[in-house]
Design a protein around this ligand. Structure first.
Ligand code: R7I
Ligand code: MG
Ligand code: MG
Ligand code: MG
Length: 348
């Protein structure tokens, strides 16, 4: 296996940052008009927003904690990560965190819990959250760990700090694997999806995943079923926005957003007729996600993390980058994660 170029690591973090920042402007909109979105993107191109910095939301705040924790400890350390999530929340609580996840931070801060995973298990009457919060922040893990078993283990463990439902942490595993495979040289949508399907079949075979699906009255292997839908959609020319929202989703649940992000990335490998042709694939990916409405910051951040890992930072225009809060951290940390990734690749 060849080490991926540093541009892909920086591109992934910058893509994630911009997807969140731009997506946040449109979060919760049910009808994003093309005119408004394209005008907005043009104003970014022209550098009209350089002074009013685009601010990131909880998606990036938590992704930053994961990256900082790995870089400062040189290893994944779940207790340190729990501390960082909590400290960051109290330092800056108004980043648009999920309604329920703040109770996890309160409990972690209380000092009354012996195990860091216990507060997450109490969410939603003991069922745990199935929100997309574990997936939205996971990008640093596949950028730091080249081996799949590590990617899966740490995506899951980091997710379980806040999301004890398998629908929540399995979404994080799927998103992490998507970034992992996007880092590897060339891809075809078919093999990319087959690789994800192979892993998710194994992941969703476990007892907890099966019982959670049953309890939520859905078919078993929910993520595998979505991946199959993505395959079917990619084979069709006539998929509408309505189809995507109905079949894949645009919501705050991980199952209704991670597959949508993956589909958006794959769909935008080819030009999308309704999007301005001067946009790069990565820019088109962000626009495509935002036009779906709903949880736009989160779907765009996940899709652009994958797109950035594949296309590299060259697809991000200078003025877009300069408009985003803390973009220098994304560049700097992308480089450091790349070094860590290469070091681990050599030692295995
Ligand atoms: O998942 P989480 O961190 O939220 C992330 C989202 C992203 O869109 C961010 O951009 C931000 O806007 O929030 O936070 P949670 O509070 O754990 O989950 C988010 C929401 O999903 C909850 O507030 C619930 O509305 C819903 N949800 C559930 N609803 C019913 N039953 C999650 N789990 C359940 C559940 O088990
Ligand atoms: Mg957010
Ligand atoms: Mg420690
Ligand atoms: Mg969101």
């Amino acid at each position: 296996m060849m080490a991926a170029a540093v541009s892909r690591f920086r591109g992934s973090l910058l893509g994630a940052l911009l997807g969140d920042c731009i997506g946040a402007v449109f979060e919760g909109h049910t009808n994003v008009t093309k005119e408004f979105l394209f005008d907005y993107m043009k104003s970014l191109d022209k550098g009209e927003r350089l002074k009013s910095v685009l601010t990131y939301t909880d998606d990036t705040a938590m992704a930053r904690s994961i990256v900082q924790s790995i870089l400062e400890n040189d290893e994944f350390d779940v207790d340190d990560l729990a501390d960082r999530f909590t400290t960051e929340y109290y330092r800056d609580p108004d980043r648009g965190y999920g309604m329920a996840v703040v109770h996890v931070f309160e409990k972690l801060a209380s000092g009354e819990y012996k195990y860091v995973f216990s507060p997450a298990k109490e969410q939603f009457d003991g069922k745990g959250s199935y929100g997309n919060g574990a997936a939205m922040r996971v990008v640093g893990i596949p950028l730091a760990y080249p081996r799949i078993p590590d990617v899966i283990e740490y995506a899951k463990t980091s997710g379980m700090l806040t999301h004890a439902s398998s629908l929540g942490y399995n979404g994080a595993i799927l998103q992490a694997l998507a970034v992992h495979y996007a880092l590897q040289e060339e891809l075809t949508p078919e093999t990319f999806l087959d690789q994800l399907l192979d892993h998710m079949k194994e992941v969703e075979t476990d007892k907890r995943s099966r019982s959670d699906a049953l309890e939520l009255e859905m078919d078993e292997f929910p993520y595998c079923n979505k991946l199959k839908k993505i395959k079917a959609f990619l084979a069709r020319e006539d998929v509408t926005r309505k189809d995507i929202i109905k079949e894949l989703g645009n919501g705050i649940a991980a199952l209704e957003s991670v597959p949508t992000a993956i589909y958006s990335f794959l769909r935008c490998l080819k030009p999308v007729p309704e999007l301005p042709s001067e946009l790069t694939n990565l820019q088109q990916t962000i626009a495509f996600c935002i036009m779906l409405g709903g949880d736009t910051d989160t779907i765009a951040t996940m899709a652009a993390a994958i797109a950035g890992a594949y296309h590299g930072e060259e697809q991000i225009p200078l003025n877009w980058k300069l408009s985003a809060e803390s973009y220098k951290d994304a560049e700097d940390w992308g480089e450091k994660l790349h070094q860590l990734y290469c070091k681990r690749l050599q030692s295995t």
